[in-house]
Design a protein around this ligand. Structure first.
Ligand code: PLP
Length: 260
């Protein structure tokens, strides 16, 4: 018998195409040597062309999955992804408020194809219920705009974006500046320390699942005992490799590769 690996829980939606969501989370966790577990919030019919349909699970089903996992197996880190509705956001926020484990919140808003993964009516619940219980929140620039109204068009505005998100109460925020032109630059800060993470821009359009993969990698590293800056640095390295190895699948945008 070998020792149990650290346990990481993803609370997120399913991507039937296997590129993002729960599927990307579990693959990331396997690649990084932790035991992945899942609380499913929604099911999407999805492929390389986009999301063709989405169905939320009942709040009781989400609550029951969470209790089953946490009460018996326990968690060393939690990651949240697609939460879809105000009811699900509030239920998940209430559940994770009761854990001592670090929580990585990926405030998923809209997919790369422009498909909504969070109802407009749920944005306020993300701001006021979910962000306050996050150890690290990982918004991209569209999500920053949706959550705070701050529009970032250049690197020197990333600090303002970070302050606006931190005002809602996460301990740390990682602003993902990847949609800016030039180098892919992210800012990690807790309001006092600043870490600027830079990576060369990769010429690969097969990037489906990037955000899920990064947040899951951070959670996996936190579960293994890294402090937040170390966890984010290692996760960024992992996702950069996964994007470089992203491959064509179907006729649209293919996924990042977890097994590089
Ligand atoms: N589908 C699900 C279930 C997701 O959780 C996400 C992102 O979090 C996506 C799709 C979108 O992935 P991407 O924007 O990388 O294409």
């Amino acid at each position: 018998m070998s020792a149990a690996p650290p346990r990481v829980l993803t609370v997120a939606g399913s991507d039937s195409g296997g590129g993002a969501g729960i599927q990307a989370d579990l693959k990331t966790m396997l690649a990084l040597g932790v035991h992945g577990m899942s609380v499913l919030t929604a099911v999407t019919a999805q492929n390389s062309l986009g999301v063709q349909g989405a169905w939320e699970l009942p709040v009781e089903a989400v609550r029951a999955q969470y209790r089953s996992v946490v009460d018996d197996i326990g968690v060393q880190a939690v990651k949240t992804g697609m939460l879809s509705s105000p009811e699900l956001v509030e239920t998940v926020a209430e559940l994770i408020a009761g854990t001592d484990a670090p929580v990585v919140v990926d405030p998923v808003g809209v997919s790369k194809h422009g498909d909504p993964l969070l109802a407009a009516s749920a944005v306020e619940s993300v701001r006021t219920k979910l962000l306050p219980v996050a150890t690290v929140a990982t918004p991209n620039l569209d999500e920053v705009a949706q959550l705070t109204g701050v529009q970032v068009t250049s690197e020197d505005q990333l600090r303002d974006a970070a302050s606006a998100v931190l005002a809602y109460g996460p301990a740390w925020v990682l602003i993902k500046g990847g949609h800016l032109s030039g180098e892919a630059v992210d800012l990690l800060t807790d309001g006092s320390e600043e870490h600027w993470l830079r990576a060369p821009r990769l010429d690969n359009r097969h990037t489906h699942g990037t955000g899920c993969t990064l947040a899951s990698a951070i959670a996996s590293q936190l579960a293994k005992g890294d402090a937040v800056p170390q966890a984010v640095t290692a996760a960024k390295q992992y996702v950069t490799g996964a994007i470089a190895a992203g491959f064509a699948l179907g006729t649209g945008i293919g996924p990042v590769d977890h097994g590089w």
